[in-house]
Design a protein around this ligand. Structure first.
Ligand code: FES
Length: 123
């Protein structure tokens, strides 16, 4: 069944299959030529972010705790909103990078060039 979530346009890099992502949780996806991404599936929507916390070198998918749209880092308990990367809790101060994502035919695609702006979700 085709499942399309046209959240953004220009999403071009295939990241993973939707079925690979644990529901209401995240999947770490590693690449040979860039830092790992985290793919989140919450309320039937997919979000693609950096996997590495902006406060340190902790993986958000390995040891982090997702509560709704908020991912809490497991190392120092800083937190981000996965929809736009906004910092939700100290000690984090730098937003998490969020990539424009979409789903087509059961696969997740992300635009790894055009970043999601915070204002898009919190106007
Ligand atoms: S490394 Fe994530 S809060 Fe410090």
């Amino acid at each position: 069944m085709e499942r399309r979530l046209p959240q953004f346009e220009h999403a071009s890099t295939r990241i993973c299959a939707v079925s690979d992502i644990p529901e209401d949780d995240g999947l770490k996806v590693e690449f040979p030529d860039r830092s790992p991404l985290a793919v989140w599936l919450v309320e039937d929507k997919v979000f693609v972010t950096d996997d590495t916390c902006t406060h340190g070198q902790a993986s958000l998918t390995d040891g982090g705790m997702l509560d709704g749209f908020i991912i809490e880092c497991g190392l120092h308990l800083g937190a981000f909103d996965i929809r736009d990367g906004r910092v939700e809790s100290a000690p984090c101060t730098k937003p998490l990078t969020v990539y424009a994502a979409s789903v087509l035919d059961g696969d997740v695609y992300a635009d790894l060039v055009t970043l999601v702006e915070i204002e898009r979700h919190h106007g």
